[in-house]
Design a binder for this molecule. Structure first.
Ligand code: IPE
Ligand code: IPE
Ligand code: MG
Length: 241
């Protein structure tokens, strides 16, 4: 057991950042950091399952990350496919259902097939939902929702009655609950186009820990900080939420 036991937030989202700097500090190429980051992904999944998190959303590759050198992008894509294949037995063991969230455009057919296979094989997982944001951006998701809505050709009355919850059903991942806690590693304090809709009332936690060093202790520190916050959702302090 690492740290004091704390009740886990229901939906934890993580911007896994700092792989490149971790490698640089060791005078190694950036991809060395991405490989090391993979073990941190393992640790974060295990620690979240153990803590009783319901949904863990990990930001693995943003639509903006295509702007990186092609050599780095291709290693990232290779690592992603390899990880998807290798994670499956562990995810099944841990009762984790994997879902990938992001655009398929730009991904290779092989990677798309690996995604489909991993989703299918883990679909029965009951303990935790693991959402891997891959080729994802918040603007992409909101734009998709607008396109989906336009394609639905709702009549004027239905459109007039469309509330925010009904709108959210047009997002690419309609049933993703609101994020309770967003963790970003590596000291950067920005959202970088992550879950813009779902982050609306998330508590934000920034740590200087670089992603490859992330472990259960980092997670528990984040949970402790989360529990020290007062979530008000627009109410006054101490009013019932
Ligand atoms: C996060 O680490 C991994 C991805 C964004 C794919 P970075 O590669 O961004 O590492 P830094 O920020 O350059 O250290
Ligand atoms: C955000 O990290 C994307 C992922 C972690 C996948 P970046 O390293 O790409 O973010 P910026 O460019 O520093 O904002
Ligand atoms: Mg970065």
């Amino acid at each position: 057991m690492v740290g004091d036991a704390v009740i886990a937030p229901s939906h934890v989202a993580i911007i896994m950042d700092g792989n490149g700097r971790w490698a640089k500090a060791r005078k190694r190429p950036r991809v060395f950091g991405h490989r090391a980051g993979r073990d941190a992904v393992d640790r974060s999944i295990e620690a979240c399952v153990e803590a009783g998190v319901n949904t863990l959303t990990l930001f693995a590759f943003s639509t903006e990350n295509w702007r990186r050198p092609a050599s780095e992008v291709s290693v990232l894509m290779e690592l992603m496919g390899k990880a998807l294949r290798e994670y499956v037995p562990k995810l099944i063991d841990h009762g984790v259902a994997l879902e990938v969230l992001g655009a398929r455009e730009g991904l290779s057919q092989t990677l798309c097939a690996q995604i489909d296979a991993a989703e299918e094989k883990t679909a029965q997982g009951q303990k935790m939902r693991l959402v891997l944001a891959l080729n994802y951006s918040g603007h992409w998701a909101l734009h998709q929702a607008a396109v989906n809505l336009a394609q639905a050709r709702l009549d004027d009355q239905t459109l007039g009655e469309l509330d925010e919850a009904a709108f959210a059903a047009y997002l690419p991942k309609p049933h993703l609950p609101p994020v309770d806690l967003l963790i970003r590693t590596s000291g950067e304090q920005r959202i970088s186009n992550f879950l813009l809709w779902e982050l609306a009332y998330a508590e934000l936690y920034f740590t200087d820990t670089l992603w490859p060093d992330f472990d259960a202790q980092t997670l528990h520190d984040a949970f402790a900080a989360y529990h020290a916050r007062e979530r008000r959702f627009g109410c006054l302090p101490q009013q019932e939420n």
